[in-house]
Design a protein around this ligand. Sequence first.
Ligand SMILES: O=P(O)(O)OC[C@H]1O[C@H](O)[C@H](O)[C@@H](O)[C@@H]1O
Length: 283
Amino acid sequence: MAVVTMVEYGSLPAVRISAADGAQATVALFGAHLLSWQTADGKERLFCSSQSALDGSKAIRGGVPVIFPQFNVRGDGQRHGFARVSAWRLADSGTDGALAWAEFALTPDDLAPATAQAWPHAFAVRLRCALQGDTLEIDFKVRNTGAEAFPFGVALHTYFDVGQLDAVRIDGLQGARYTDHQLNTSVQEQASLRFEQKHDRLYQAPPALTLHTADAALRLEQQGFNEWVVWNPGAADAAALADLADDEYLRFVCIEPARVDQQALAAGAEWSGRHRIVCAPRG
Ligand SMILES: O=P(O)(O)OC[C@H]1O[C@H](O)[C@H](O)[C@@H](O)[C@@H]1O
């Protein structure tokens, strides 16, 4: 069986990655955007908005937007960077034992001229998605191919399909420092984080968390990043988002390994970060 096949998602060309055990993922070339991840039992684990643009005119609302080279408005470029709205290339694919994987590439040559002009740095970025059974690994690498340092921030903005928000709890953040959307800093006191209202926090990263959804427990591990961003817009912000149906905030949470502040990457240097997710379905 082929590891990758070309498919269409909305009107976007996309790559379907299939593991021999039935696990599957679909990645749009627009943004190297992971749109769907099904564990070997056939269950979808990522959320994608019913109202999202799927034609390349706008960033996709759902799945795993790749945020680079800036997080949110922490930089002077476009919000959340250009990677999620750029056309990437499929660079390679294969198997590694039972893992099926595909790797996507982005360099300045792939950028729209105005984007390349606004961010005139020499870089090579790779995103590798690998899966088998109940496990997904996403590896992000950026190399400075130029002669001068450049600053960058990065996040893998993962939208998890949680079934119903009131069933969600996140374990593993107790004692972690966080900054909320009003820039208040505090320490997470409760053992489990639950969602009763808008939630937009940057947690100083403990390396692993457990996300309990309506039907699974997902172990989330990160390497290389500095923070976890935890976001759910709540009712009022969801209503203001044109590309999200009003009640869809009840179906997802975003948990994002991130390096929110731009930090310099020296000429010739490489940085890499990994998000590994292992899903234990509930009976
Ligand atoms: O609407 P977007 O540009 O995709 O951003 C969606 C969200 O991304 C992150 O999670 C930020 O912490 C939020 O403040 C932001 O609202």
